[in-house]
Design a protein around this ligand. Sequence first.
Ligand code: UDP
Length: 417
Amino acid sequence: MKISMISEHASPLAALGGVDAGGQNVHVAALSEALAKRGHRVTVYTRRDATELPSRVKVGRRLEVVHVEAGPACHIPKDELLPFIGELADGIARDWGARPPDVVHGHFWMSGLAALDAARREDAGYCVPVVQTFHALGTVKRRHQGLEDTSPPERRWLEPGVARSADRIIATCSDEVFELKSMGIKTGKVSIAPCGVDLGLFSAEGSADPKPRSYRILSVGRLVPRKGVDLVIRALPLLSDAGFGDVELLIVGGGGDSRALHTDPEVRRLLDLAAELGVSDRISLQGQVPRAAMPGIFRSADAVVCAPWYEPFGIVPLEAMACGVPVVAAAVGGLRDTVVDHNTGLHVPPRDPEAIASALALLLGDSALRAELGAAGQQRAGSRYSWDRVAAETEKAYQLAAAGMSADRVSMEGAAL
Ligand code: UDP
């Protein structure tokens, strides 16, 4: 198939760990690569967010990234990109010319808008099947973030519109299917394909970074309040009370270089909290870490904690599992599918530092349990979450979307007769 991926803010080529660069970037990059390996021709369209970026970057024999002019060529927070989405769609349609793809796959709601716009132009003489992955739903975000949600107000009606108009939706976890259903979307047009993990990079074999204390707890991700890193800091004094004082909490992600890290308001908030709780000496902030350095960091951890308020999917727990490290995970969203309680990790209720501390105390106090959960996690990640498997599921969704469109065409032609 000739496949167009659209990922308006999340470039597969971007550095990870900044406020708007995380799982979606990894997902688009790895899925596109896996589809190209399966013989498809994949073009990823993303917004040009720096002047020095070339128009086209060839990433592999059948994979390229196209930087589309849409708004100023500088970083713009994703919640301010809506005014430029029409321009993005125009650029994509122009690039297609008279040779549109067999399927266009939008990532995030605004890419879905661009996909639908480019795919269904009356004057173009074609209609391309549209598949949509939301990565995050505005309804869920609003529920958890309330007034702090910075999404544009139009998201309230445009996002459900994308869901209704797309030929097929790919949900990344079962929780998302329920959310879509409660938005009034027919589940018959929803496929499930999770995110995957790069099993070539993330594995239990290989060296582990040194750790400065008896135990290392690891938190990885964009430093935004909803990731709940403050909850893990709050668990540290409780862990001390349980006899685990010689613990380091390593926090990866956020900021940029070490200077930018210390001007980041979220970092300030976390450091102030640690000082208030008397645990400043137990936390280390690493800033953004390149992918290649991540496995050694994962392998150095005794436990990885993912304590978000909500989580559309969450690739970090899969990476931890692939590295054979047990995960303490809030029982929300995708983490309910990936982390199996008392099998590959321990579930805790969301926003509950006491529960995080108890789960960590259980793991730190029992190396055999850590090894058992780590081995089960490794097995689960390897057997279910390879990107090749995810690409195969995605391919099925593309075929269903294309078949649905041809069925629609047949019935429309039938009606015309
Ligand atoms: N990540 C990274 N370096 C960093 C911070 C994060 O490589 O400094 C990666 C992390 O390993 C994972 C992704 O960014 O692959 C975060 O994905 P996840 O789905 O867990 O969170 P999201 O960003 O989508 O909320």
